[in-house]
Ligand binder design. Sequence first.
Ligand SMILES: [Zn+2]
Length: 302
Amino acid sequence: MEKRKLTRSEYIKIKKRRQQKRKILRAGVYTVYYGFWTILIALIFYFSYSFITSKFKKDSTSIGSKNKDIVMYNYDSYDTDNTVVASTTNDASNKNTSVSPNVTDNKPRKQDFVDDGKLIVCIDAGHGGKDIGCNSKKRNEKNDTLKIALEVQKYLKSKKVKVILTRSNDYFISLQKRVDICSEKKCDYFISIHRNCGNGSGYETWTSSDANEESKYLANSIHSGLVDIGISKDRGVKSGSQKSSKEDYFVLRNTTTPACLLELGFLNNYNDNKYFDSNKKKYSKAIGDAIIDTYNQYHEKK
Ligand SMILES: [Zn+2]
């Protein structure tokens, strides 16, 4: 078929149409290109802003290290030692990420005491998992607290006392879960074990600012038991927290049973570590004896 030659006006028309098409195409490409960069920059700003604000918020509200591990408990699993063991799992529904020994505001609370004539003690090894607590030269607080907790359990078990451990191994537990374990297992006492960090030395024992007589007796008995064995320096029995005498540690404020928190020496102090390492068994026995003594003072044997 023979091709018809285009007239000049037709040629100009086609050329104009092509130019128009190219213009539209170029405009489309520019829109997509600049749109993409605008959205990307906006997203970068947004995420940087939320990261900075969340970090700032966290730094200003928590004392300890920062952790997002979540734990669920299998309350039905008792081992042969009469000790409840907790099992870890990931659960995005649990949002409690605070780390011990966090403080809390002092609202009035109710103290319920279960007196069934059988002593049940909740021993809380501070920290765990990614929350190492204090640390100094590869020594982590979470390991020291667990060692004592297991020793206390062993001693109390030999005295036929039932022990509930908030953790029996190295995993993270929220503060709320520790408190929940104590109340769900109807424990008579809650003893939280920690080691200090900072520039000081010596042992101290904490109670909540509204501790009742039994709580105070328990704290004083344990503390004097430790002093009798030997400690580098007696920092005394105190109420509130290191932050303020009016702000209690979370676990002391939120447990409904008599409770105390032990700071067994400074982890970065050579002398304190020496005392701690050479007296673990004796300290554990003293803690156990003080618990039993307090129970005998305040509860009738059935
Ligand atoms: Zn601690």
